[in-house]
Design a protein around this ligand. Sequence first.
Ligand SMILES: Cc1cc2nc3c(=O)[nH]c(=O)nc-3n(C[C@H](O)[C@H](O)[C@H](O)COP(=O)(O)OP(=O)(O)OC[C@H]3O[C@@H](n4cnc5c(N)ncnc54)[C@H](O)[C@@H]3O)c2cc1C
Length: 394
Amino acid sequence: MVDYDVLVVGAGPVGSTFANYMAEEGYKVGVLEKKKNIGLPLQCAGLLGAKITKINDLPDEFIINKVRGAYLHSPSDHILKVSKKETQAYVIDRVGYDNYLSQKAQDAGAEILLQHKVSDVDTSSCKVKMANKSGKVLQSKIVAGCGGHSSVVSTAINNSRNSVNAAQFLIKMKNNTLETDFVDVYVDEQISPGFIWSIPLSTSISRLGLFGHHDYKKLNNILNNFINSNDKFQKAKVINKYHGKIPLFDLNKKIVENRAIIIGDAASQVKPTTGGGLLIGFECAKFAAEAVIESLENDDPQLLKNYETSYKNKFLKELKNQLEVQKTFQELKNQELDNMFLKLKEKGAEDLISSYGDMDSQSLLVKEMIKRGVLFSVLPQLLYRRMSRLWNSF
Ligand SMILES: Cc1cc2nc3c(=O)[nH]c(=O)nc-3n(C[C@H](O)[C@H](O)[C@H](O)COP(=O)(O)OP(=O)(O)OC[C@H]3O[C@@H](n4cnc5c(N)ncnc54)[C@H](O)[C@@H]3O)c2cc1C
């Protein structure tokens, strides 16, 4: 006799969303979370594309700010302003939202077990062992690994995992000078393919962060130097510091094995260009729940493969395209980035980006830029050839 129909390892936003779907359908769900307090410490900029409202429940009380555009800055500060009239993204209270999603799963019937760190998972028997001295073992029919970048379930079915580090400061400006409906994005070869972001919470408070292939100390130094040298942020006071890991999207990651699946950051379901993982993780939680329900109803673990199929059908092409965009960016030196920004401005690309840009999918914009010859004129030839290969995949 098993303890649960489904054991979910990790009560992050993706694990809680998946647990909620399963519990709502009447399955016995246990959620194992190593932390004492869900959502803490904060490890997110909390910027969600406006389509979140079609993908998951987001009550107004967790929306801190609404954004409709971005200032994109080159290394020498040539600026592209891109915007739409309507809200493009929400800035959310991520800690509150994680707790809301967990409570929602609990209200639907899921049992949330805090301070339950999992050390081992057997994907065939679905036995899950706790890391504490008791070595308690729980068993279910299906295990869902939602433990983020260091997921033990992912480690049980994959040989490697790769991630980059991210750091973020909560800053308070000296004056109320921030435009609340615009984010700022700064590119520089030093952190490429990462970038620096400023996401305003109000006219005086912002989440200033970055990700890149450096350790946390170096990332903190880059941010400190940035604050001291950038006119806009000079004299801003650092109120709090955060850090976390962003998994690198891995085309070859196995996401289903025997009776186990992985979802969200555990499955590297993260956009290569921005590092954002919430929207895609939520959609994958839905695909996963559909496949797990089918598998439980028919007592056939093979049906879990339908999760992989749905995920790949929906996201693989876009994620592969974003990988190409990311690789291309990574090869550009600062002077090339500056030239590119200048040429993009000359070619009227601000309007093009404003019309076709989407923070969650860039394929449409790249396609349009190739079609109109914009990429040809702004990228070095070698890199243009790489990008234009995408043309065939559209
Ligand atoms: C600095 C930073 C900024 C970001 N900004 C954005 C953004 O603006 N927009 C966006 O969409 N995404 C952003 N992301 C990415 C986003 O935070 C992740 O994609 C998202 O948190 C993934 O959710 P998840 O539930 O898959 O994993 P997580 O949020 O990592 O949750 C995993 C949970 O599993 C628990 N756990 C781990 N191991 C075990 C274990 N062995 N036993 C029990 N429990 C375990 C953890 O304690 C945690 O609660 C950012 C990430 C970082 C680091």
